[in-house]
Design a protein around this ligand. Structure first.
Ligand code: ZN
Length: 424
């Protein structure tokens, strides 16, 4: 293990070179560019490391059916499954996504190449989530060169469309049965904490219906926008009630330090409203949309029932309001037992490498990893290379510390060759 650690120290330049090569293939979504190109690159690298590689393209019909709002996006949704059977008892699934969010104009360096400045590497995707991939390739090649045996069979899933969703490449691979393993590490996280849980996400829509009329005699029509006001008030009442609830799962350091909120909490948001055509026409429809993030202790069915009940109460008071309501499950919550031996193993390896305590926490947002966990039932957690408050993931000048990248490489090395005898 010491030999590997020393060796990894001497390979930092190689990791940065790999990361630069990955960043130079711009995989922005939307629309989802260069997926084929980046997966070809990964396939080549993993084949050279004796992996059995399979390219899996999500069929167009499935993509459109599961992502109806993204149906206009063309381009193949390419993913990769790479397996190396070492004759071990247990299999470790390692995943992250290779798509990135687009780069806007708030960059002081070119986004699609790596720039090194003051101990940091800048480039779109270095934190979310190409840094982990570069680290993984260095570890695997170091292990091959030093002839170090892996502690598990490896199943590496490189996927796309995570930044867009809801039905990403990882969801597709889960449904194809390509995520067979005993333990699951997602590299789509940050290095501040280990994420073992996440909120679920339900999307809702309410259409309030009216009757259009010349606005001069508006009393002869039914103004859908004005009828929406009591509905919004009803939702605000419900929001107050919902947001008092707390999960048992601790929230991330970034959130608890900033807000004092110590555990995951559910939220209800109105995020979109649309109605009316012209000043002088009484609007006949007002559409409201929003989302409801629910904690792992809540169930989707109850979340919907609660919404429906709240709206039913509004209509009892205002029987003249005509509306339709719908509620869709987008991502289930994730909740991995924090005492599971796999989670303890990841925590131990992360803490040994980082030389500090790393907490197990939940994410307020929702993850495609949760979908994979629901399908496979695997014990899973997310741990990555970036820092939540410093790395600017999804913003300009995304960056990681070189020191964190080296730390992550050593963490992966320990994890992959470590625990030969980890049993459930
Ligand atoms: Zn990500």
């Amino acid at each position: 293990m010491n030999a590997l650690n020393e060796y990894l120290d001497s390979r930092t330049d190689e990791t940065i070179k790999t990361l630069d090569e990955l960043v130079r293939i711009p995989t922005q979504v939307p629309p989802g560019e260069n997926y084929e190109k980046i997966m070809n690159y990964m396939a080549q690298r993993l084949e050279d490391l004796d992996f059995q590689v399979e390219k899996l393209v999500m069929p167009r019909e499935l993509f459109v059916k599961k992502n109806p709002r993204m149906a206009h996006l063309t381009g193949e949704r390419v993913n990769l499954s790479a397996i190396k059977d070492a004759g071990k008892e247990k299999t470790l699934l390692i995943n992250t996504h290779l798509d990135v969010v687009p780069a806007d104009s708030n960059w002081s360096v070119p986004p699609f190449e790596c720039t090194i400045k003051e101990g940091r590497i800048f480039g779109r995707g270095v934190a979310d989530s190409k840094g982990g991939v570069a680290a993984l390739l260095t570890v695997l090649s170091a292990m091959k060169e030093l002839e170090i045996e892996q502690g598990y069979n490896l199943n590496i899933a490189m996927t796309t469309d995570e930044e867009m969703g809801p039905y990403s490449g990882l969801c597709y691979l889960a449904d194809l049965g390509k995520l067979k393993a005993d333990f699951f590490l997602s590299m789509d996280g940050d290095s501040d904490d280990i994420t073992t849980a996440s909120n679920g996400n339900a999307d809702w829509q309410i259409d309030v219906l009216g009757k259009s009329y010349h606005s001069g005699s508006s009393f002869l029509g039914v103004n859908a926008i004005e009828k929406t006001i009591p509905v919004m008030n009803g939702l605000m009442e419900l929001k107050k009630k919902i947001e008092k609830r707390r999960s048992k799962v601790p929230s991330s350091m970034a959130i608890s330090q900033k807000t004092g909120i110590k555990t995951l909490m559910p939220v209800l948001n109105i995020t979109l409203i649309n109605g009316g055509v012209k000043q002088n026409i009484v609007p006949d429809r007002c559409t409201m949309k929003g989302d409801r993030r629910y904690i792992p202790e809540e169930k989707f069915e109850d979340v919907c029932k609660e919404m429906n009940d709240a709206i039913a109460m509004v209509r009892e008071k205002h029987p003249d309001i005509d509306l339709k309501i719908s509620c869709d499950d987008v991502y289930a919550p994730m909740l991995t037992d924090m005492n599971h031996p796999w989670i303890k193993e990841v925590k131990k390896m992360a803490e040994i490498t980082a030389g500090k305590e790393i907490r197990l926490v939940g994410a307020q947002g929702s993850l495609d990893v949760a979908y994979a966990v629901r399908v496979t039932g695997l014990p899973a957690c997310c741990f990555g290379t970036g820092r939540r408050t410093e790395s600017n993931a999804h913003a300009g000048d995304e960056n990681i510390l070189i020191e964190d990248l080296v730390m992550y490489t050593k963490f992966l090395g320990k994890l992959i060759c470590g625990a030969n005898n980890l049993s459930e």
